[in-house]
Design a protein around this ligand. Structure first.
Ligand code: ADP
Ligand code: MG
Length: 150
């Protein structure tokens, strides 16, 4: 499914919407798109909707930032600087996958086969001064989210 996001507020709202319709069991979102395409902006909308009030820092160097929101663990990955997917081994990814966690992964393609399989893939792209988003649902739960978007 394709969406046009005409400004930053639209990107934030898409993140909020996804948070509202996200299942409470384990769920993984892969975010793809060039630098500045809006991946962190969308994540910000999502985290705020889940109750996060502070800043959302890009975990560019730490690779992952952890939150505890709405009684679940939420992990925000940014794999832009990952040089080898095997580095993910050191993060102990298994811990991130258990217990109804929500994983949001920027630059997921950098992680190769070490990452949790996505339920939802969102690819953001530049469209003049605005953005396009393409959503691909790979699970029934993700389909519910896509179907709820007008
Ligand atoms: P990424 O994480 O993909 O590198 P960011 O979310 O950090 O990108 O930055 C995206 C930039 O684009 C921000 O300055 C943000 O305000 C802006 N932006 C986000 N969504 C849109 C949109 N739909 N239209 C125009 N600008 C946007
Ligand atoms: Mg980013």
């Amino acid at each position: 499914m394709k969406l046009h996001l005409k400004n930053e507020s639209d990107t934030l709202k898409l993140g909020e919407h996804i948070a509202q319709f996200c299942p409470s069991q384990h769920f993984t979102i892969h975010l793809e798109g060039d630098l500045g395409a809006g991946k962190t902006t969308l994540t910000r909308g999502l985290l705020r909707q889940l109750g996060h009030h502070g800043n959302v820092k890009s975990p560019t160097y730490t690779l992952v930032e952890q939150y505890r929101l709405s009684d679940r663990a939420v992990f925000h990955f940014d794999l832009y600087r990952l040089s080898d997917p095997e580095e993910l081994d050191y993060l102990g990814l298994d811990d991130y996958l258990s217990n109804n966690s929500l994983c949001i992964i920027e630059w997921a393609s950098q992680g190769g086969n070490f990452l949790p399989k996505p339920d939802l893939i969102i690819t953001l792209s530049y469209h003049n001064h605005s953005r396009n988003a393409e959503l691909t649902s790979l699970s029934a739960e993700a389909k519910v989210i896509c179907d709820s978007i007008q």
